[in-house]
Ligand binder design. Structure first.
Ligand SMILES: Cc1cc2nc3c(=O)[nH]c(=O)nc-3n(C[C@H](O)[C@H](O)[C@H](O)COP(=O)(O)OP(=O)(O)OC[C@H]3O[C@@H](n4cnc5c(N)ncnc54)[C@H](O)[C@@H]3O)c2cc1C
Length: 381
């Protein structure tokens, strides 16, 4: 039995952020993943300004050590109409998760975390945290469950990884062809019902996908085909799919000596589907809570500290859920399209949100202030 101070199960952005934070503070950290890195992860790989801000804060370096296409142009469409094209915006970074996650694992291991990736987990004890890898058990007073949307840890704690009534689902294709320089990032609200489509240029091609609330999208493959056709793309590239948390985070992000982070805790923006930023931040917050609790010799207090530290993220996700109907509810669609086209404030707030310069609070307040006009326009339409 190998003993550590902290077990981190899952080495995506949430797990690596937790591991680097705890290892730098001198904890003995085991970073565990069933895959060896580099490994693929289905994702648009859009690394927003918000992700970059958290990345710099946590990893204490300027850029992830990975190929990145820096973009400063974005096109927004909604329900088939272009609603805005912007250039000179704060940089968005387009990554491939295979490379990005590998770079983050390398950084966590360089900070002192023990690399236990590429090993199958054969048993998990959530009461006296321990993980068995093949024949060998590793144990610690605390465990961080960073094992993604299908989290084994969440299932062990609560019986299921997510609520199927509220989960999202997304489909994607990777196109290897080079994208012409200057091709903007494109986001299409409504390419799926209560969801969106994306066309992200990369250094090595282009990632196109659609995603939305699963129960409202019974034929997401048809949405993807229609979206590809609208973009003028004919391809027989394999279509891959994955669940995506979409607004229902876990109010209780763990139990006992176990904390859940990232997708395992449901921390994804329910309008944009952005999850890397909250994965990084929640990983850091859980590690900071673990460090503080272990220092006082009271590991059982870590979860409560972590839950309190998460409240700004929980609030932001709840606010985004509140705004979501104003974008997707059929009676409001035209008002949203004309509101976004005509309101420079709304547009710039949204771009500031992607840049990580603001949160949903100010957007929610503005949306509520415009509500009477919005409703009147919707009734008249
Ligand atoms: C199609 C799609 C497109 C997306 N596009 C974007 C985007 O452009 N930008 C953005 O910000 N977000 C995007 N997201 C969301 C983003 O991918 C996730 O929010 C993010 O990956 C969450 O990070 P994580 O570390 O919590 O989990 P993950 O990245 O899923 O990492 C979990 C890790 O745990 C490991 N693991 C799982 N189970 C076990 C087990 N039993 N034993 C051992 N290891 C295990 C896995 O191998 C994996 O390495 C997208 C999601 C989807 C599905």
């Amino acid at each position: 039995m190998a003993e550590f101070d902290l077990l981190v199960l899952g080495a995506g952005p949430a797990g690596s952020a937790a591991a680097v934070t705890a290892a730098r503070a001198g904890l003995r950290v085991a970073l565990i993943d069933r895959h060896s890195f580099p490994r693929d992860k289905l994702c648009g790989g859009g690394f927003t300004g918000r992700s970059m801000r958290y990345f710099r804060e946590i990893f204490a370096t300027g850029m992830p050590d990975t190929p990145v296409l820096r973009q400063d142009a974005i096109s927004f469409c909604a329900f088939g109409h272009e609603i805005g094209h912007f250039t000179g915006i704060p940089a968005l970074h387009m990554t491939m998760r295979r490379d990005l996650d590998h770079a983050l694992v390398r950084a966590a291991v360089a900070a002192g975390a023990t690399d236990l990736t590429g090993q199958k987990v054969t048993a998990l004890d959530i009461d006296q945290p321990s993980v068995t890898l093949g024949g060998q058990a590793v144990t610690a007073p605390l465990l961080i469950g960073a094992d993604g949307v299908n989290s084994t840890t969440a299932r062990a704690l609560f019986g299921r990884a997510f609520d199927p009534k509220h989960i999202g689902f997304a489909l994607e294709v990777e196109l290897p062809a080079e994208t012409p320089p200057g091709t903007p990032v494109r986001i299409d609200f409504g390419a799926a019902d209560w969801g969106y489509g994306w066309d992200f240029p990369k250094t090595c091609g282009r990632t196109i996908g659609v995603g939305g609330v699963l129960r409202r999208n019974t034929d997401l493959k048809a949405n993807l085909s229609a979206y590809l056709a609208a973009l003028g793309v004919a391809t027989d590239a394999p279509v891959k799919g994955q669940f995506l948390p979409f607004g229902t985070y876990r109010r209780q992000p763990g139990r006992g000596r176990v904390m859940l982070v990232g997708d395992a805790a449901g921390l994804v923006d329910p309008i944009t589907g952005e999850g890397i930023a909250y994965a990084l931040k929640s990983g850091q917050l859980a590690a900071v809570s673990a460090i503080a609790a272990l220092r006082t010799g009271a590991p059982e207090t870590a979860l409560d500290q972590y839950r309190k530290a998460l409240s700004p993220i929980h609030r932001a996700i709840s606010q985004a859920r509140m705004i979501r109907p104003f974008i997707f509810y059929p009676a409001f669609r035209n008002s949203f399209v004309s509101g976004f086209r005509n309101s420079s404030t709304l547009r710039s707030e949204y771009l500031r949100l992607l840049a990580g310069e603001t949160e949903y609070g100010p957007i929610t307040r503005r949306t509520l202030a415009r509500l009477p006009r919005f409703l009147a326009r919707s009734v008249l339409n």
